[in-house]
Structures are given as C-alpha cells and as structure tokens.
Design a protein around this ligand. Structure first.
Ligand code: FAD
Length: 185
C-alpha cells in the first residue's frame, strides 16, 4: 500500500460552505449565519499518495504537435495504478475513523473511486537509475548520454514521494556540487 501523508488543509472553507448554503436555498440572515457557523467549524483533511515508478507512465515527444519555437510538445501517458487506489480506499477508512473519534459529522469523503486530484509536484520526466537503457541520469544526477550535463530537478525522481519535492531537489543540487568539485579537483 502506498506511503501517504495526511494533513489538515489550511485553506479557507468560506467559499465552499457559502455555495453549499446558497444551494440549500438559504438567504439573508440565515445565509450569513450558516456561512459563519459552518466555516468556523469545518476542517478538511487531505492526503498525498506515493506513486511508484511505472514504465507505462511516460513522457514522449509528439510527432506532429509543436510549440511556438518549433520544439515537439510532450505527450504524457499516465495512469493511477492499483498501489495508489488501494491506498486511497484505506485512507478513506482512516478519515472515517478520525471523524468518529472527533465526534464530527462527515460532510464528504473521496476514496479515489471518482478519480484523483492532481498536485503541483511535477516529477519523473528524466529519471535516475543505474541502467542507461531505462534512466536518464545516474545516481549523481549526471546524464548517462551527456557526461558534462547534470540535472538538479524533481524530474530525476523515479517515484513520486508523498511529501513535497523542493527540499529533495535542493539536497540533490548540493550533492551535484560535491560531485562536480570532486571531479574538477
Ligand atoms: C502551484 C505550485 C505550488 C507548489 N508548492 C510547493 C510547495 O509548497 N512545496 C514544494 O516542495 N514544492 C511545491 N511545488 C513544486 C515545486 O515548485 C517543483 O517541484 C519545483 O519547482 C521543481 O523544480 P525544478 O527545478 O525541477 O523545475 P522548475 O521549477 O519547473 O524549473 C524548470 C526551469 O526550466 C526552464 N525551462 C524549461 N524548458 C526550458 C528550455 N527548453 N530551455 C531553457 N529553460 C527551460 C523553466 O522555465 C524553469 O525555469 C509547487 C509547484 C506548483 C506549480
């Protein structure tokens, strides 16, 4: 089952509860009261799932679609595998348990059966690996095909971690620095 990170969402609930109350037909003082009461008492728990490396999930270059510079546009093949789906079902149970323990009312829950929301952590387009036939960079982030090129990017992540990516990118950049200094020295 996928590793996962659960976190309290720190966004405002006002817009969601306002729409909900409007949809219920509330107006005037009743609407204002509903928005105040619900927004102050509602919280959302979200989670990120780890995603494994899957050779079927890949980025290739379009044969016929070009960007304004004449470079081929990327074609993205991606599907969410059973590893994540199983984890999402388990997470839904964990969410129900949390709601029960808090004595709260469950307003809505997503278990992945209706799809997943994307996150902003873009990764995996030039993955790291020892074998040049299925990886772009080696363990030092150095390109297998271009020995003078290093990539310090989330693009080298072979799997998608369930935590944010930037600190790992920074750590990789420091590691590249060490490797370059070592080679130049
Ligand atoms: C809305 C949003 C919120 C995020 N929030 C978080 C967060 O809270 N915490 C966290 O850890 N991560 C967060 N991320 C993810 C994080 O921003 C990315 O993982 C990180 O920026 C990736 O860094 P990178 O250097 O690999 O790629 P990028 O930051 O995308 O850098 C790639 C660079 O390459 C340049 N480039 C592209 N093509 C070419 C070309 N042909 N020639 C020259 N240059 C080119 C681009 O212009 C860009 O400057 C967030 C991302 C988004 C979009």
């Amino acid at each position: 089952m996928a590793a996962k990170k659960l976190h309290l969402w720190n966004g405002s609930a006002v817009s969601g509860v306002a729409q909900e109350a409007i949809d219920e037909g509330l107006t005037g003082t009743e609407l204002a009261e509903a928005v105040r009461t619900r927004a102050a008492r509602r919280c959302s728990i979200a989670n990120f799932h780890e995603q494994l490396a899957d050779p079927q999930n890949r980025l290739t270059l379009s044969q016929d679609k070009m960007d304004p510079l004449g470079l081929p546009r990327p074609v993205i093949d991606y599907r969410v595998g059973e590893y994540v789906q199983r984890s999402a079902r388990h997470t839904a149970e964990v969410f129900r348990d949390i709601v029960d323990k808090l004595g709260a009312s469950l307003v809505s829950i997503e278990d992945g059966s209706e799809g997943f929301r994307p996150n902003n952590h873009i990764m995996g387009s030039t993955i790291m690996g020892a074998d040049r036939s299925d990886a772009v960079v080696d363990g030092d982030c150095r390109c297998h095909d271009h020995e003078n090129l290093y990539l310090a990017s989330s693009s080298v992540f072979p799997s998608g971690a369930c935590v944010n990516s930037t600190l790992t990118i920074a750590a990789l950049a420091l590691r590249i620095g060490d490797d370059v200094v070592r080679r130049l020295g």
